[in-house]
Design a protein around this ligand. Structure first.
Ligand code: PSU
Ligand code: MN
Length: 309
């Protein structure tokens, strides 16, 4: 029941690099009309990096890997649902349109055979007890490289990192020892691995697969354009208080907080969000190219552990 778009299908059949992109950022994460412009720009960035973009979404009840521009326009301009793993079946059954979260995008991308995924921020452990994103479950299950700017700023980053460790997800910092803070470049949390070039990332990915490890690899890329940690903390406290007063719960929490952060920062958080998404897509394309090259080399080589440098 997963539809794969024609460009993505032929790229995958030829072993060419493909980068999956999520769509909740279009339906819920960014204001109109920035969202549509961004969705198109991310695909362009991936193409410019030598890979084929595969934006994932539910289109009229069909989980689609590689939506066309018409579908992207509809998702960005009309109200659509937000599909995580726990409500995916009901969204599909009802025949509606939905943006896919990190969890659902990972699920669909892995089924289609895509190795690399670019997003903005990961879902994770919220500051309020018992709200934990299904993104964590999907990251533990799917053998995919997820390029992100760290856990979403509204989360408990330390708890999220612990949960990733518990479920066996490899976390690497892109040219950094620290976990990226989404809207701020760094948290003070140290990540287990540091990667300084894309070949290293591709090698880690292949070794994880060779070992038969079930989970994925999170590559945390700090966005240099990000906000000062103190400024972000003040904005967040205010936005969290707003959400509490408004009585927002469940899957509506994240979109609500993002909207309040944007309003309270005069759009600064949206600007950073756009920059980090673009940077992540560009890096993901490079990684997809490196993975495809190493895969071809390994297939031709008698010693599977040798990788090109
Ligand atoms: N971060 C953002 N904007 C977003 C999201 C994260 O800055 O729109 C989305 C991602 O798609 C992520 C989802 O997978 O929120 C997590 O939602 P939840 O916590 O309800 O699982
Ligand atoms: Mn939640």
């Amino acid at each position: 029941m997963i539809r794969v778009g024609p460009a993505v299908q032929s790229a995958l059949a030829r072993g060419e690099p493909v980068v999956a992109l999520e769509s909740t950022v279009l339906t819920h994460g960014l204001p109109r009309p920035d969202n549509l412009a961004l969705g198109r720009r991310l695909e362009e960035i991936v193409r410019a990096g030598g890979a084929v973009p595969a934006t994932v979404a539910v289109v009229a009840g069909e989980l689609t890997v590689g939506i066309d521009d018409e579908a992207m326009q509809r998702l960005a301009e009309r109200d659509a649902a937000k599909a995580s793993l726990w409500n995916l079946a009901s969204v599909v059954a009802s025949g509606s349109d939905a943006g896919t979260t990190v969890a659902t995008t990972l699920f669909a991308a892995a089924r289609a055979g895509i190795a690399v995924f670019a997003t903005g921020g990961l879902g994770g452990v919220h500051r309020e007890a018992f709200d934990e994103s299904a993104d964590l479950t999907a990251l533990a299950r799917e053998s995919v490289v997820t390029v992100c700017a760290g856990p979403k700023s509204v989360l408990d980053a330390a708890a999220t990192l612990e949960r990733l460790e518990t479920s066996g997800v490899a976390v690497a910092g892109w040219r950094s020892e620290h976990l990226a803070g989404f809207l701020t470049p760094h948290t003070d949390l140290v990540v287990p691995t540091r990667c300084d070039d894309v070949e290293q990332v591709a090698t880690l990915f292949h070794v994880q697969r060779d070992l038969g490890l079930p989970g994925g690899l999170v590559l945390s890329r700090p966005e240099p354009d990000g906000l000062e940690p103190a400024a972000l903390a003040a904005l967040l406290d205010a936005a969290l208080a707003d959400a509490d007063t408004a009585g927002v719960r469940g899957k509506d929490v994240t979109p609500h907080l993002l909207r309040r952060l944007a309003e309270r920062s005069d759009g600064a958080t949206v600007h950073v969000n756009l920059r980090l998404l673009e940077g992540n897509a560009a890096l993901a394309a490079e990684i997809a190219v490196a993975i495809a090259r190493q895969r071809a080399f390994r297939a031709a080589s008698t010693s599977p552990n040798e990788v090109p440098v």
